[in-house]
Design a protein. Structure first.
Length: 252
C-alpha cells in the first residue's frame, strides 16, 4: 500500500465508548484504516476487539464517540446503515446456510430471476463461478452444499459473499481460526487479493503470525482502549505480546 501521510482515512473511529450494564467494554477507542490497507486488530480476550468492530458494522450503537467515513461524520444505528456505505463484516460463525449450495449462499436473498417467483439457477451458478474466479477461489462445484466443505472452503465462500456486495471496508473476525496450514495460506492470499482491489480490510485474529503475512499496520487493544498503533515494519511478535499484556517495553 502507498504512503498514507497525505490520505484521508476510509474510516476513522474517535473516542468510541460503550458500556453494557456495569461493564465498560470500550473506554475511548481511536482507530483509522486507509483505502487498500490491511489493518490487524489484536488484543487479549475481553479487550474489546469484536465490540468496536460491531460498532463499525452497525450492530452495536456506541454511547459516545464519532465515526468518520472519508472524513465525514456518519451515524449507524443498524447494520443496513453501515452496509449503505459498503461496510461488510464476516463474522466468526460465517453465517452460512449449511443445506444450501455455494451459489445459493452467495446470492441468498438477491437471487437472479427468470420471471416473478422463479429463480434463474443457471445464471446464478454462472455468476457465482465468475465471482469465485475473479478472486482466484477454486471450489469443487458451485452446486455443492457448504456443509460438505472444509473450513477453509467455507471461509472462502463467506469472504466471497461479502466481496459480492462491493465493499469499501471488509471486517474479518478470526478468519483463520481452526484451519489447517494450507487453508490458512489460502485465506491470507484471499485477503491480499481483496485489499489489492482498494478495499480496506480489518483483520481480527489471535494468530499473531498471520499479521506479518498480510497487514500494513497493527492496532493493539488492551482493556477497552487502543494501546498501540504499530507499522508492521516497526514491530515484532515480542512487542505485540507486551502491548497485549499491558507490559511496558524495556529497552536496554
Amino acid at each position: 500500500m502507498s504512503d498514507t501521510a497525505s490520505m484521508v482515512p476510509r474510516v476513522e473511529l474517535q473516542n468510541i465508548q460503550k458500556t453494557f450494564g456495569a461493564v465498560q467494554s470500550l473506554r475511548g477507542v481511536n482507530l483509522k484504516v486507509y483505502p487498500g490497507e490491511v489493518l490487524g486488530l489484536v488484543g487479549d480476550n475481553g479487550a474489546g476487539k469484536s465490540t468496536v468492530m460491531k460498532v463499525l458494522a452497525g450492530t452495536v450503537v456506541p454511547d459516545q464517540g464519532k465515526i468518520l467515513y472519508d472524513g465525514q461524520p456518519v451515524h449507524f444505528v443498524r447494520p443496513r446503515d453501515a452496509r449503505r456505505l459498503r461496510i461488510e463484516m464476516v463474522y466468526q460463525d460465517l453465517a452460512l446456510c449449511d443445506d444450501l449450495d455455494v451459489a445459493s449462499n452467495l446470492f441468498l436473498g438477491r437471487e437472479p430471476v427468470r420471471m416473478p417467483g422463479f429463480i434463474n439457477r443457471q445464471q446464478m451458478h454462472e455468476e457465482a463461478l465468475a465471482l469465485l474466479d475473479s478472486l482466484g477461489i477454486t471450489l469443487p462445484s458451485t452446486r455443492l452444499p457448504v456443509r460438505y466443505m472444509s473450513g477453509g472452503q467455507r471461509q472462502a465462500v463467506a469472504i466471497c459473499r461479502a466481496v459480492s456486495f462491493d465493499p469499501s471496508v471488509l471486517i474479518m473476525d478470526e478468519p483463520t481460526s481452526a484451519l489447517a496450514v494450507r487453508e490458512v495460506r489460502m485465506v491470507l492470499e484471499l485477503i491480499r487479493r481483496v485489499s489489492e482491489r482498494g478495499v480496506s480490510v480489518i483483520l481480527i485474529t489471535h494468530r499473531l503470525q498471520d499479521l506479518f503475512e498480510v497487514c500494513d499496520r497493527i492496532t493493539v487493544m488492551f482493556e477497552g482502549q487502543d494501546a498501540a498503533n504499530l507499522p508492521i515494519q516497526q514491530t515484532n511478535l515480542e512487542d505485540l505480546v507486551h502491548h497485549m499484556l499491558g507490559v511496558e517495553e524495556k529497552r536496554a
